[in-house]
Design a protein around this ligand. Structure first.
Ligand SMILES: Cc1cc2nc3c(=O)[nH]c(=O)nc-3n(C[C@H](O)[C@H](O)[C@H](O)COP(=O)(O)OP(=O)(O)OC[C@H]3O[C@@H](n4cnc5c(N)ncnc54)[C@H](O)[C@@H]3O)c2cc1C
Length: 456
């Protein structure tokens, strides 16, 4: 086994996962070359890119803390304590995310976070950043990465953090069957701008994630540091109510007046946003294999892109980075063993969050406006208040805890049955039989391991 410091690591993709992983590896004494197809986002050529802001939660925060970057990141994050639902009639319903007030998720600006991560990688003195390098293929026999501009570069080991459409995944698939499946969602998304109001203030409550659930579709909005919000319309790509039908301003305007009347005054750039912003594609990537021996490994979206409805893609990608370096430490720098264990341990996790993210779309656009669902949420929080060492809502296990996603999924199923039973015949919280709740919770749920309790 080579000592860590003599191995050269190439990472493809200087997005969120690639830049964080480069920093974590460099801090362990490794030399890293980071290839990115786009120009340096810290320079003037920077593109505005997609999904302007993201929800950061415990898993992502933990990985940033490992890299000693959380404090810096928190200078530009905004806490969101719950969902604020907007009905068709403009009524607002607030629903806290957690059982306690400090259980919040954080809105973070993607490009600003990416720039900070690149600065951090560069400041290690061990990461060489090569922008304008779009990987197109790999010559495995000669150990060379090939790029769109015609150049190539040697590599010892290559890590693919090049996102959902990963070119490295493609190049690995040509060498071995990864069993890669790309499942496209039949809904797309469009980003919309909610500028600050006339006084330069937030036009909506910045302490919440806003949702306009409309059954078959929805709009959400997250706050930005400059007091604007970024709205995202999620809608079927084709069909009766779809992006396909919103092909001109007349239809776009009518659609918004009909379904989101309270949001219309907040969206003065709606027409330009429709004209200038592309409709984004959403999907899930699942692979049976994430590695090619000890030479190449996929992580983040390249290995397991998921739909954004649980706000976990970046968080899971950051958790990958933390898990990877933990394994590297644990195996004493044995790459083969690290790649093998990473794939074995993270793949089930990725599949579990992929499924929960798909389910959460249903929850966000349908259930959040259903009074039965709201009662269920209140009961979940009440059970957590009473039996918090065993009962923690699945959403909280995913967002505020760091136990395996697979456990969150499994506990979620048991808890759903407990809730069904307790709400059978109960129309209010007062009508719930909490003696039975105690019996069910202690009988069916093991205490949560202490290590999953949130620390950041
Ligand atoms: C609308 C939307 C909302 C989202 N909201 C959230 C959220 O709230 N919370 C959350 O946790 N996640 C969210 N996500 C998911 C999140 O954006 C991704 O999971 C995250 O960006 C994954 O990080 P990554 O580094 O793996 O991939 P990316 O961020 O996609 O980075 C990949 C990098 O590789 C580069 N690259 C691509 N191809 C090549 C190539 N051939 N050669 C060289 N470089 C290449 C790209 O330019 C990019 O810089 C959202 C996603 C979308 C689409």
């Amino acid at each position: 086994m080579k000592p860590l410091s003599t191995t050269h690591i190439s990472i493809v993709g200087a997005g969120l996962a690639g830049a964080l992983l480069a920093t974590l590896l460099a801090r362990r004494g490794l030399d890293v070359v980071l290839f990115e197809r786009h120009p340096d986002p810290r320079g003037s050529e920077a593109r505005s890119g997609r999904s302007i802001n993201l929800a950061l939660a415990a898993r992502g925060r933990h990985a940033l803390q490992l890299a000693e970057l959380l404090e810096q990141v928190d200078r530009f994050t905004l806490p969101m304590g719950g969902r604020l639902m907007h009905s068709e009639w403009g009524d607002l319903t607030r629903q806290p995310y957690g059982a306690s007030e400090d259980e919040v998720i954080w809105s973070v600006h993607r490009r600003r976070l990416n720039r900070l991560l690149l600065d951090a990688a560069e400041s290690t003195g061990r990461v060489e950043l090569r922008f304008g390098h779009a990987l197109t293929g790999v010559n495995w026999a000669r150990s060379r990465l090939q790029f769109a501009h015609g150049g190539d570069a040697p590599f010892d080991r290559v890590l693919g953090a090049d996102g959902a459409g990963s070119a490295l995944r493609q190049a690995m698939s040509e060498e071995t069957d990864l069993g890669a499946r790309e499942e496209l969602l039949d809904h797309g998304y469009l980003e919309l701008t909610v500028p600050p109001d006339d006084h330069g203030d937030f036009a909506l409550d910045p302490g919440a994630l806003h949702i306009w659930p409309r059954g078959g579709f929805m709009m959400i909005a997250l706050p930005n540091e400059d007091r604007s919000f970024t709205g995202t319309l999620f809608l079927p790509r084709s069909g009766d109510v779809s992006f396909e039908r919103l092909s001109d301003w007349m239809h776009q305007e009518d659609f918004f007046h009909l379904h989101f009347p309270d949001a219309v005054p907040l969206l003065p750039r709606l027409r330009q946003d429709f004209a200038e912003h592309p409709v984004g594609i959403l999907g899930t990537v699942r692979c049976r294999r994430w590695r090619l021996g000890d030479r190449a490994l996929l992580l983040g979206d390249a290995a397991h892109a998921i739909v954004p409805f649980h706000g976990q893609g970046m968080n899971a990608a950051f958790e990958d980075c933390a898990a990877f370096v933990d394994l590297l430490d644990d195996t004493g720098g044995d790459w083969d063993e690290t790649f093998r264990r990473f794939e074995a341990e993270r793949r089930p996790q990725a599949n579990a969050i992929a499924d929960m993210a798909l389910e959460n779309y249903q929850v966000m656009r349908m259930a959040v406006r259903d009074p039965v669902f709201l009662l269920r949420k209140r009961l979940e929080h009440e059970l957590e208040r009473r039996f918090g060492d065993r009962f923690v809502p699945r959403y909280s296990l995913v967002m505020f805890h760091r136990g395996p996603y697979t456990d969150a999924y499994r506990r979620g199923e048991i808890q759903a049955k407990i809730l069904d039973r307790l709400l059978d015949g109960a129309g209010t919280l007062e009508e719930v039989d909490f003696d039975e709740a105690a019996r069910l919770v202690t009988g069916r749920l093991q205490p949560l391991p202490r290590s999953t309790v949130p620390d950041v």
